[in-house]
Design a protein around this ligand. Sequence first.
Ligand SMILES: Cc1cc2nc3c(=O)[nH]c(=O)nc-3n(C[C@H](O)[C@H](O)[C@H](O)COP(=O)(O)OP(=O)(O)OC[C@H]3O[C@@H](n4cnc5c(N)ncnc54)[C@H](O)[C@@H]3O)c2cc1C
Ligand code: FES
Ligand code: FES
Length: 1340
Amino acid sequence: MTEMETTGVGAKSDLVFFVNGRKVVDQDVDPEMTLLTYLRKNLRLTGAKLGCGEGGCGACTVMVSRYNPTQRKVFHLAVNACLAPICSLHGAAVTTVEGIGSTRTRLHPVQERIAKAHGSQCGFCTPGIVMSVHTLLRNHPTPNMEQLESTLQGNLCRCTGYRPILEGYSSFTKFYGCCGGMVSNGCCRDGQNGQAANGNIGNGWDEKVSKELFQVSEFMPVDPTQDPIFPPELMKAGGNDETTLKFVGERVTWIKPATFKEVLELKTKLAHAKLVVGNSEIGVEVKFKNCDYPLIIAPGHLPEINFHRYTEHGISFGAGCTITYLNDTLAEAIDTLPEHQTRLFAAIVEMLRWFAGHQIRNVGCIGGNILTASPISDLNPIFLSAGCTMTVMSHQVGSRLIKMDHTFFPGYRKTALTPEEVMVSLDVPFTKGNEYFLAYKQARRRDDDIAIVNAAFRVQFEEGTNVIQDIALSFGGMAPTTVMARNTANRLIGWKWDNDLLPEACSCLEDDLPLPPSVPGGMVEFHRTLTTSFFFKFFLSVQQKLSLKDVPPPYRSAYSLYHREPSQGTQIYQEVPKGQARDDAVGRPIMHLSALKQATGEAVYTDDMPHIQGELYLGLVISKKAHAKIVSIDPSEALKMPGVETFVSAEDVPGSNITGPVVMDEEVFATEKVTCVGKIVGAVLADTQAHAQRAAKAVVVQYEDMEPKIISVEDAILHQSFFHPISKIEKGNLEEAFEKADQIIEGELRIGGQEHFYLETCAAIVVPHGEDGEMEIFCSTQNPTKTQMLAAKAQGVPANRVVCRVKRMGGAFGGKETQSCAISSVCAVAAHKVQRPVRIMLDRDEDMVITGTRHPFLGRYKVGFMSDGRVLALDITLYSNAGNSLDMSQYVMESALLRSDGAYTIPNVRALGYVCRTNTASNTSFRGFGAPQAIFFAESWISDVAIKCGISQLKVREINMHREGDVTHYNMTLEGCQLQRCWEECLKQSDFLTRRRQVDGFNGENRWKKRGLAAIPIKYGIVFIGTQNQAGALVHVYTDGSVLVTHGGTEMGQGLHTKMVQVAGRVLKIPTSRIHISETSTNTVPNTSPTSASISSDLNGMAVKIACETILQRLEPYMGKGSWDDWVRAAYLDRVGLSATGFYRTPGIEYDMQKNEGRPFSYFCYGTAVSEVEIDCLTGDHTVLRTDIVMDVGSSLNPAIDIGQIEGAFVQGYGLFTLEEQVYSPDGVLYSRGPGMYKIPGFADIPIHFNVSLLRGAPNDKAIFSSKGVGEPPLLLASSVFFAIKDAIYSARADAGYKGTFRLDSPATAERIRMACKDQFTAQFPAAEPGSFTPWAIKL
Ligand SMILES: Cc1cc2nc3c(=O)[nH]c(=O)nc-3n(C[C@H](O)[C@H](O)[C@H](O)COP(=O)(O)OP(=O)(O)OC[C@H]3O[C@@H](n4cnc5c(N)ncnc54)[C@H](O)[C@@H]3O)c2cc1C
Ligand code: FES
Ligand code: FES
């Protein structure tokens, strides 16, 4: 019998819902489909994007509106379309980004403001952000800044650094003191032009300085009539059906029961049926954990589980109430009831601030959270400690009460409910006057992250005393279930709440909460330390509340609640000279030319392209082993599956299976062996993505493990597994210098890798044209030429048969410079085999496993210096983990060696670089290209020099800092060195010295929160690798005067096309509106260099300029009278060619590393950042309080874009140095495969005060219109946060009696910060002896 028959529910139902006001009726819906897939594939609404598929990025956000007949109100919720099952939308109205406005009709202010405020770079995150804010405004037309920041907790952006988004949208808020554009004649702030939003810049800047990046007066007013109306038909229907609905798909049946009784009956009859409400757990289980649930019961709409009711003892919540509903109801109760009654409620509300993002909270329900029985649920520790009572029901037994205590979770993902039982409600009790309740959570990232450890503590005292009558202590993350420390609790009953209690409690907790050293999740000492640190916080809080004995002031910092002011900042740049022509856009902050289309969802990314007739989808079969022989590949089961067309492997490669972006050391498909997890072994072609991916999983590959398995740098050193040659730069006489030095330090440090985490994963569509091997590749790549060449090689055809076309990318950051070619080549082989179009867009987890990342580095150094802080000698050896093939690793290492001097002149240097070959995915180019790692080592040892000399870090940096005319360790003389200017301006702008005193003062007064301050100078040489210092452009002028520009660079959000249009506009002396760039393609500009190395504007800008000048020369004879249009027409009639190419090569760059001669860089960019942080010494949490940046970008081509690049790079670098951590098993399997575990910075992570100034009066004679490259250098400035954190840790350690330097590897995660702040709690949990156990995770 099929699931459909067993349900006993009648025939299939029609799914009815509305999208953007249009009714959708689907008689054959597949319950496995998500709303996102339905919108994108079935309705061709591609505005909502797929960034992760697991609710972690918000790119798919849409607004779902429902009518509540009881409250006679329409509710609007932001929802992750990637997790919303399509059947859950029955009776709802969905609004997508396309539904609120477009450039073709009328923009919505939410779309317009993010674009005009420069909050959209690559634009892939933009529609999701637009819809989050749109939903906020539907519910709160004039929100405050807290609401705005909170609403964006569930959205990620990898490009902008968030500041411009918040600033643009702050114009809707009360904070802004603005009408939100609501007054009839525009906006109340007209005339103020962004001043308040841009902050108060103070006095002292000359008149040519501007602080306005956009004009508020240009913002359209908010017009509520523009919002789509809720379909009246759905109101009439009352929001719900009175009949049971059944949707039947290929593998899954979905039942929406009409009554609760029916739910109970179905659960009895079909105990294996899965209840689904928000699908935020089940969706992830199905997609990523291979769980199959053939029968779904969706009771979320039923009133029996959707209510709240005040009772004598507390509030009773229906199990189906969402987390948002729980939060809002409790918040209301806190406002109205006496404080002592609502201490538990307050703990829940405080916890929910850090529970997922709004999109998840809007759908995830209480029952779902409890009954998932996750050991890291945020609510379960609270409910256990509170001893909440749950009502459950089943058809046979009726209802029964279950107390949530230590027996509730009998095992991993198990609960006290029987399979037939359904949770109905939960009673959340009031607290009593002598009862205190607090909860704690520490995660990798504060916002929208699951806990590493969480805890909830309740204590009740005997009336009028501090004697414990009852106490409950629950923890998440300490066992396979949420656990209660019952022995500790039992031991403490009867104890007084005084200082004797603390050591006793900590010692009992140690016994109650053991963790073996190889426990899944790792971070054992951190987990254990958190348990007692949390208790310490609770202990002090209660002590303070009892008022029996005041907590000493420095100790109060242990329990003060986290509060973050709304972000704000200033952006300062030099205005264009007074006489500059109005039409000349160079130097003006014009908006990214695609920004409006990005904000409306009209901008087309690779996977947004319409389905092509006959198209097939590619599902990849990837290796699960790090180093193994392939014994056999058996696709037979896969080939039998629905929709499958064929299997593709190395046997189908018509040309050469040998490939590689730099050297030919890779295979298109693995043949005899695999050398890393994630290597592509084969692929399945099928009619849909779901069919292709499912079938790919059914392909059986048998392996035989091979030895050795080299995963980490240390493994590589042990096995001497290196790529050759070993690079070296040597200058001066090291031995002599070490002899002379007063002191020598030696050390070792590690900096981890970094995922690119571009929001758009790798994607390609390959269209074979049948004739002569011709093929078109639409691809998300920074490297169209390499894509073309490698696809042609695999096909065995000349390159002239393959055209690669790139419209835009949703971010790249170096990750699509070479690695996208592996995907497009596989796709090309598949398309060749079937002679049909083939499409692929990697899922986030596939992308993270298959493609490489920034290189992890290990550095060992020896530094000789004088007691006055002068550094004489540096001997440094770098080891990078390159992965299983060379890719760009040799160049990355050379770049790191060149940059190993940081921003300092060191007379004697030996820098040695080993590129380690390991059995991990091949690491690659990433913004900064070895420089962030190099600067990390340099700034670490220079800080240590300062500590050793007993001199301030500022002073030691100044003593050694580069000056004009200095000669670097690669023998290049610094000319036009702006470093001192950046440094001095930044110290002044940040008021460094005063704040240093304030920070020291704060640290003296606070024991458990510490502040740190650091100033970091940077220099960054701009150059491309060898022959790539060249670029081409093609400019057409049409007879209507419009101009089409093509050049070799690709647009990935960095605004390259916008800058190129500005360049063309200046040369041709026409407005930018006359100029268009459509795409980058290998048949218009051949042999392009990849778009990377911060040099694309320099190279392509010059090529565009040369092409435009050629045209202008040809037009010169016609320029006497009339306008541009007249000249063009006249030239055409005279048969003058109106199309020209431009070609440029950077002069004077040649460097021989062996001889250490020549000039490796064209020029240098300089900058300085000052950052201040606050850390929580007990949890390792941190906040960036303020960052000031002064950056030298020459004469900016576009200050808005350049400031956007600076802020975006800084926040990405901040992720590198503090948050982002790749987690690998000892066998080389990547655990961190999505935003759930891999945390990039979110909205709430940026500096609270974020001030950026472009250095004025610093033209650069080496690049187009005196500008400088900007994409990469500012990323290095984020190291200032790392060193500010280290500065804060010094203070914590000093308080605990630890003096002197200490090792702090990067990133400075919560774990590293906490464990570096040594104290009595860390001392309680020493690490297990290395080698005595197999760790769960290792460092690469
Ligand atoms: C991106 C993301 C972030 C998250 N962040 C957090 C976080 O910070 N903290 C945290 O604690 N959790 C977090 N979660 C987990 C999840 O969101 C919550 O656990 C949520 O409350 C689950 O509710 P749901 O309605 O979506 O559950 P569903 O996925 O619909 O169901 C989950 C389970 O509960 C069962 N169930 C639901 N209702 C009942 C009922 N009435 N009776 C019996 N069984 C029932 C279902 O059968 C299923 O087994 C996150 C999830 C995602 C995807
Ligand atoms: S794609 Fe839906 S949250 Fe990332
Ligand atoms: S603009 Fe946000 S991810 Fe690119």
